[in-house]
Write a protein that binds this ligand. Structure first.
Ligand code: CP
Ligand code: NVA
Length: 309
Protein backbone atom coordinates (compact mmCIF):
# COMPACT_ATOMS: atom_id res chain seq x y z
CA UNK A 1 0.00 0.00 0.00
CA UNK A 2 1.27 3.45 -0.87
CA UNK A 3 2.03 5.59 2.16
CA UNK A 4 0.87 9.16 1.74
CA UNK A 5 3.08 11.49 3.74
CA UNK A 6 2.00 14.80 2.31
CA UNK A 7 -1.32 16.44 1.61
CA UNK A 8 -1.83 17.10 -2.10
CA UNK A 9 -0.45 20.49 -3.12
CA UNK A 10 -3.08 23.14 -3.71
CA UNK A 11 -3.01 26.07 -6.09
CA UNK A 12 -1.33 29.20 -4.71
CA UNK A 13 -3.83 31.40 -2.87
CA UNK A 14 -4.95 34.64 -4.49
CA UNK A 15 -3.71 37.37 -2.17
CA UNK A 16 -4.99 40.94 -2.41
CA UNK A 17 -1.92 42.76 -1.09
CA UNK A 18 -1.37 45.82 -3.26
CA UNK A 19 -2.71 47.22 -6.52
CA UNK A 20 0.73 47.26 -8.17
CA UNK A 21 0.89 43.48 -7.72
CA UNK A 22 -2.32 42.79 -9.58
CA UNK A 23 -2.96 43.23 -13.27
CA UNK A 24 -5.05 46.02 -14.71
CA UNK A 25 -7.34 43.40 -16.23
CA UNK A 26 -7.99 41.69 -12.90
CA UNK A 27 -8.62 44.97 -11.10
CA UNK A 28 -10.93 46.16 -13.87
CA UNK A 29 -12.93 42.93 -13.62
CA UNK A 30 -13.29 43.37 -9.87
CA UNK A 31 -14.63 46.91 -10.22
CA UNK A 32 -17.02 45.91 -13.00
CA UNK A 33 -18.29 43.10 -10.82
CA UNK A 34 -18.71 45.45 -7.86
CA UNK A 35 -20.67 47.94 -9.95
CA UNK A 36 -22.90 45.22 -11.35
CA UNK A 37 -23.67 43.73 -7.94
CA UNK A 38 -24.38 47.19 -6.56
CA UNK A 39 -26.73 48.04 -9.42
CA UNK A 40 -28.67 44.79 -9.19
CA UNK A 41 -28.51 44.55 -5.38
CA UNK A 42 -27.29 41.03 -5.94
CA UNK A 43 -27.46 38.68 -2.97
CA UNK A 44 -26.21 35.45 -4.56
CA UNK A 45 -24.63 33.46 -1.71
CA UNK A 46 -21.43 32.91 -3.66
CA UNK A 47 -19.33 32.41 -0.53
CA UNK A 48 -21.75 30.21 1.41
CA UNK A 49 -19.81 28.05 3.85
CA UNK A 50 -16.71 30.28 3.68
CA UNK A 51 -15.30 32.18 6.66
CA UNK A 52 -13.17 35.31 6.67
CA UNK A 53 -10.97 36.02 9.71
CA UNK A 54 -10.12 39.66 10.30
CA UNK A 55 -7.15 40.73 12.42
CA UNK A 56 -6.98 44.33 13.60
CA UNK A 57 -3.83 45.82 15.06
CA UNK A 58 -5.22 49.30 14.53
CA UNK A 59 -8.63 50.89 14.95
CA UNK A 60 -11.29 50.70 12.27
CA UNK A 61 -14.92 51.56 11.67
CA UNK A 62 -15.43 51.31 7.89
CA UNK A 63 -13.05 48.48 7.06
CA UNK A 64 -14.35 46.26 9.82
CA UNK A 65 -18.04 46.90 9.18
CA UNK A 66 -17.88 46.92 5.38
CA UNK A 67 -15.96 43.62 5.24
CA UNK A 68 -18.41 42.05 7.68
CA UNK A 69 -21.44 43.15 5.70
CA UNK A 70 -19.78 42.23 2.39
CA UNK A 71 -19.03 38.73 3.59
CA UNK A 72 -22.53 38.26 4.97
CA UNK A 73 -24.16 39.54 1.78
CA UNK A 74 -22.14 36.90 -0.07
CA UNK A 75 -23.52 34.23 2.26
CA UNK A 76 -20.27 33.78 4.20
CA UNK A 77 -19.22 34.18 7.80
CA UNK A 78 -16.74 36.46 9.60
CA UNK A 79 -14.61 36.23 12.73
CA UNK A 80 -12.94 39.39 14.01
CA UNK A 81 -9.94 39.39 16.30
CA UNK A 82 -8.02 42.34 17.66
CA UNK A 83 -4.33 41.57 17.85
CA UNK A 84 -4.22 42.94 21.40
CA UNK A 85 -6.44 40.15 22.73
CA UNK A 86 -4.74 37.41 20.70
CA UNK A 87 -1.39 35.64 21.11
CA UNK A 88 0.06 37.90 18.39
CA UNK A 89 0.40 40.62 21.02
CA UNK A 90 2.34 38.15 23.20
CA UNK A 91 4.83 37.51 20.44
CA UNK A 92 3.53 34.38 18.68
CA UNK A 93 5.18 34.46 15.26
CA UNK A 94 2.91 35.72 12.52
CA UNK A 95 3.98 32.71 10.41
CA UNK A 96 2.57 30.36 13.03
CA UNK A 97 -0.62 32.40 13.20
CA UNK A 98 -0.90 32.15 9.42
CA UNK A 99 -0.56 28.36 9.48
CA UNK A 100 -3.11 27.92 12.25
CA UNK A 101 -5.68 30.26 10.74
CA UNK A 102 -5.27 28.50 7.39
CA UNK A 103 -6.70 25.38 9.08
CA UNK A 104 -9.77 27.20 10.43
CA UNK A 105 -10.90 29.77 7.89
CA UNK A 106 -10.89 30.46 4.15
CA UNK A 107 -9.32 33.92 4.00
CA UNK A 108 -7.64 36.45 6.28
CA UNK A 109 -7.91 40.22 6.23
CA UNK A 110 -5.32 42.07 8.31
CA UNK A 111 -4.87 45.69 9.33
CA UNK A 112 -1.40 46.18 10.71
CA UNK A 113 1.34 48.79 10.90
CA UNK A 114 4.23 46.88 9.34
CA UNK A 115 3.99 45.85 5.68
CA UNK A 116 6.49 43.08 6.56
CA UNK A 117 3.89 41.49 8.81
CA UNK A 118 1.38 41.41 5.97
CA UNK A 119 4.00 39.79 3.73
CA UNK A 120 4.90 37.26 6.39
CA UNK A 121 1.25 36.36 6.84
CA UNK A 122 0.73 35.94 3.10
CA UNK A 123 3.93 33.93 2.65
CA UNK A 124 2.89 31.45 5.33
CA UNK A 125 -0.86 31.20 4.76
CA UNK A 126 -2.31 28.62 2.41
CA UNK A 127 -5.41 30.80 2.03
CA UNK A 128 -5.87 34.31 0.53
CA UNK A 129 -4.67 37.28 2.57
CA UNK A 130 -6.17 40.75 2.10
CA UNK A 131 -4.45 44.01 3.02
CA UNK A 132 -6.88 46.00 5.16
CA UNK A 133 -4.32 48.85 5.55
CA UNK A 134 -0.70 49.04 6.58
CA UNK A 135 1.46 52.09 7.17
CA UNK A 136 2.50 51.70 3.53
CA UNK A 137 -0.79 51.28 1.62
CA UNK A 138 -4.58 50.90 1.66
CA UNK A 139 -5.59 49.12 -1.56
CA UNK A 140 -9.18 48.18 -0.60
CA UNK A 141 -9.91 51.86 0.02
CA UNK A 142 -8.70 52.91 -3.39
CA UNK A 143 -10.74 50.23 -5.16
CA UNK A 144 -13.80 51.87 -3.57
CA UNK A 145 -12.47 55.30 -4.50
CA UNK A 146 -11.96 54.46 -8.17
CA UNK A 147 -15.43 52.89 -8.20
CA UNK A 148 -16.85 56.13 -6.79
CA UNK A 149 -14.89 58.25 -9.27
CA UNK A 150 -16.35 56.20 -12.12
CA UNK A 151 -19.91 56.44 -10.77
CA UNK A 152 -19.69 60.23 -10.98
CA UNK A 153 -17.29 60.81 -13.85
CA UNK A 154 -17.39 57.74 -16.09
CA UNK A 155 -14.33 55.62 -16.92
CA UNK A 156 -11.32 56.49 -14.75
CA UNK A 157 -8.95 56.32 -17.72
CA UNK A 158 -7.90 59.82 -18.75
CA UNK A 159 -9.37 61.57 -15.71
CA UNK A 160 -7.35 63.94 -13.52
CA UNK A 161 -7.14 63.31 -9.78
CA UNK A 162 -5.50 65.76 -7.39
CA UNK A 163 -4.17 64.64 -4.01
CA UNK A 164 -3.41 67.47 -1.59
CA UNK A 165 -1.87 66.84 1.84
CA UNK A 166 0.17 64.14 3.56
CA UNK A 167 1.86 61.76 1.09
CA UNK A 168 0.77 58.76 3.17
CA UNK A 169 -0.33 55.12 2.79
CA UNK A 170 -3.56 56.10 1.02
CA UNK A 171 -1.58 58.27 -1.42
CA UNK A 172 0.60 55.26 -2.28
CA UNK A 173 -2.43 53.18 -3.25
CA UNK A 174 -3.68 56.12 -5.35
CA UNK A 175 -0.32 56.06 -7.18
CA UNK A 176 -0.74 52.34 -7.88
CA UNK A 177 -4.33 52.90 -9.04
CA UNK A 178 -3.37 55.74 -11.39
CA UNK A 179 -1.15 53.34 -13.30
CA UNK A 180 -3.52 50.39 -13.22
CA UNK A 181 -6.64 52.39 -14.18
CA UNK A 182 -4.88 54.86 -16.49
CA UNK A 183 -5.74 58.22 -14.93
CA UNK A 184 -3.52 61.20 -14.22
CA UNK A 185 -2.59 61.73 -10.57
CA UNK A 186 -1.07 64.97 -9.31
CA UNK A 187 0.13 64.92 -5.73
CA UNK A 188 0.74 68.14 -3.85
CA UNK A 189 2.52 67.41 -0.57
CA UNK A 190 4.80 69.37 1.79
CA UNK A 191 8.51 68.51 1.63
CA UNK A 192 8.53 66.65 4.97
CA UNK A 193 5.71 64.25 4.03
CA UNK A 194 6.38 63.37 0.41
CA UNK A 195 4.74 60.31 -1.19
CA UNK A 196 6.61 56.99 -1.27
CA UNK A 197 9.69 57.29 -3.50
CA UNK A 198 9.36 53.58 -4.28
CA UNK A 199 5.76 53.93 -5.50
CA UNK A 200 6.70 56.98 -7.59
CA UNK A 201 9.64 55.15 -9.15
CA UNK A 202 7.37 52.20 -9.96
CA UNK A 203 4.81 54.51 -11.58
CA UNK A 204 7.58 56.03 -13.68
CA UNK A 205 8.78 52.62 -14.83
CA UNK A 206 5.19 51.76 -15.76
CA UNK A 207 4.86 55.02 -17.75
CA UNK A 208 2.13 56.23 -15.39
CA UNK A 209 0.97 59.83 -15.43
CA UNK A 210 1.89 60.60 -11.83
CA UNK A 211 3.52 63.85 -10.78
CA UNK A 212 4.46 65.49 -7.49
CA UNK A 213 4.21 69.24 -7.11
CA UNK A 214 4.51 71.72 -4.31
CA UNK A 215 1.62 73.99 -5.30
CA UNK A 216 -1.80 72.45 -4.55
CA UNK A 217 -3.49 74.93 -6.91
CA UNK A 218 -1.41 73.67 -9.82
CA UNK A 219 -2.27 70.09 -8.82
CA UNK A 220 -5.99 70.90 -8.62
CA UNK A 221 -6.15 72.75 -11.94
CA UNK A 222 -8.94 71.26 -14.06
CA UNK A 223 -9.03 68.13 -11.87
CA UNK A 224 -12.07 65.84 -12.01
CA UNK A 225 -11.56 64.84 -8.42
CA UNK A 226 -9.76 66.31 -5.40
CA UNK A 227 -8.74 63.94 -2.59
CA UNK A 228 -7.11 64.32 0.77
CA UNK A 229 -6.64 62.38 4.00
CA UNK A 230 -5.94 63.03 7.65
CA UNK A 231 -2.74 64.88 8.49
CA UNK A 232 -1.94 62.42 11.26
CA UNK A 233 -2.29 58.78 10.27
CA UNK A 234 -2.63 56.05 12.89
CA UNK A 235 0.78 55.41 14.37
CA UNK A 236 2.41 58.29 12.47
CA UNK A 237 5.28 60.19 14.00
CA UNK A 238 3.61 63.23 15.61
CA UNK A 239 6.74 65.23 14.80
CA UNK A 240 5.71 65.08 11.15
CA UNK A 241 2.43 66.78 12.05
CA UNK A 242 3.36 70.34 11.18
CA UNK A 243 0.17 72.38 10.75
CA UNK A 244 2.30 75.29 9.51
CA UNK A 245 3.57 73.15 6.63
CA UNK A 246 0.32 71.30 5.96
CA UNK A 247 -2.14 74.21 6.15
CA UNK A 248 -1.48 75.39 2.56
CA UNK A 249 -2.55 71.90 1.41
CA UNK A 250 -5.92 71.98 3.19
CA UNK A 251 -8.75 71.34 0.75
CA UNK A 252 -10.96 74.39 1.05
CA UNK A 253 -13.44 76.11 -1.23
CA UNK A 254 -10.67 78.20 -2.81
CA UNK A 255 -8.69 75.09 -3.78
CA UNK A 256 -11.82 73.35 -5.12
CA UNK A 257 -12.39 76.40 -7.34
CA UNK A 258 -9.24 75.49 -9.30
CA UNK A 259 -10.66 72.08 -10.19
CA UNK A 260 -13.35 71.50 -12.82
CA UNK A 261 -16.68 73.11 -11.92
CA UNK A 262 -18.26 69.69 -11.43
CA UNK A 263 -15.25 68.12 -9.69
CA UNK A 264 -15.94 65.76 -6.82
CA UNK A 265 -14.26 65.68 -3.42
CA UNK A 266 -13.23 62.40 -1.78
CA UNK A 267 -11.76 61.45 1.59
CA UNK A 268 -11.33 57.90 2.90
CA UNK A 269 -12.46 59.04 6.38
CA UNK A 270 -12.13 59.54 9.30
CA UNK A 271 -11.75 63.27 8.60
CA UNK A 272 -10.76 66.22 10.75
CA UNK A 273 -12.79 69.22 9.67
CA UNK A 274 -10.68 72.36 9.85
CA UNK A 275 -7.42 70.44 9.36
CA UNK A 276 -7.04 68.65 6.00
CA UNK A 277 -10.47 69.77 4.73
CA UNK A 278 -12.95 72.48 5.57
CA UNK A 279 -16.45 71.57 6.74
CA UNK A 280 -17.74 73.56 3.77
CA UNK A 281 -16.07 71.17 1.33
CA UNK A 282 -16.58 67.81 3.02
CA UNK A 283 -20.20 68.62 3.88
CA UNK A 284 -20.78 70.57 0.68
CA UNK A 285 -22.33 69.72 -2.71
CA UNK A 286 -19.14 68.43 -4.33
CA UNK A 287 -18.41 65.90 -1.60
CA UNK A 288 -19.14 62.23 -2.35
CA UNK A 289 -17.62 60.82 0.82
CA UNK A 290 -20.72 58.87 1.89
CA UNK A 291 -20.97 57.10 -1.47
CA UNK A 292 -17.24 56.47 -1.19
CA UNK A 293 -17.71 54.89 2.25
CA UNK A 294 -20.62 52.78 0.97
CA UNK A 295 -18.53 51.59 -1.95
CA UNK A 296 -16.02 50.02 0.41
CA UNK A 297 -18.62 47.30 0.90
CA UNK A 298 -19.38 46.84 -2.81
CA UNK A 299 -15.74 46.87 -3.90
CA UNK A 300 -14.78 44.42 -1.15
CA UNK A 301 -17.50 41.98 -2.21
CA UNK A 302 -15.74 41.79 -5.57
CA UNK A 303 -12.33 41.48 -3.90
CA UNK A 304 -13.59 38.66 -1.66
CA UNK A 305 -15.15 36.89 -4.63
CA UNK A 306 -11.91 37.23 -6.61
CA UNK A 307 -9.94 35.75 -3.69
CA UNK A 308 -12.36 32.99 -2.83
CA UNK A 309 -14.94 32.10 -5.40
N1 CP B 1 -11.24 54.50 5.54
C1 CP B 1 -11.03 53.52 6.45
O1 CP B 1 -10.29 52.56 6.23
O2 CP B 1 -11.74 53.69 7.58
P1 CP B 1 -11.58 52.86 8.93
O3 CP B 1 -10.26 53.23 9.53
O4 CP B 1 -12.73 53.30 9.78
O5 CP B 1 -11.62 51.40 8.61
N1 NVA C 1 -3.97 57.45 6.45
C1 NVA C 1 -4.94 57.01 7.43
C2 NVA C 1 -6.05 56.24 6.78
C3 NVA C 1 -7.12 55.78 7.72
C4 NVA C 1 -8.17 54.97 7.04
C5 NVA C 1 -4.25 56.17 8.49
O1 NVA C 1 -3.40 55.34 8.14
O2 NVA C 1 -4.55 56.37 9.66
Amino acid sequence: MEIVTKAPTKAAPRHFLDLDRLSAVELRRMLDQAAQWKATQDRTPLLKGKTLAMIFEKNSTRTRLSFEVAMRQLGGDVITMTAAESQIARGEPIADTAKVLSRYVDAIMIRTAAPAKLEDLAANASIPVINGLTDASHPCQIMADVMTLEEYKGPAAGKIVCWSGDGNNVATSWIHAAVRFGFELRLACPANVQPSAQALAWAKRENGKVSVMSDPRAAAKDADCVVTDTWVSMGADPKLFRPDLLAPYRVDEALMAHAKRDAIFMHCLPAKRGEEVTAGVIDGPQSVVWDEAENRMHAQKAILAWCLA
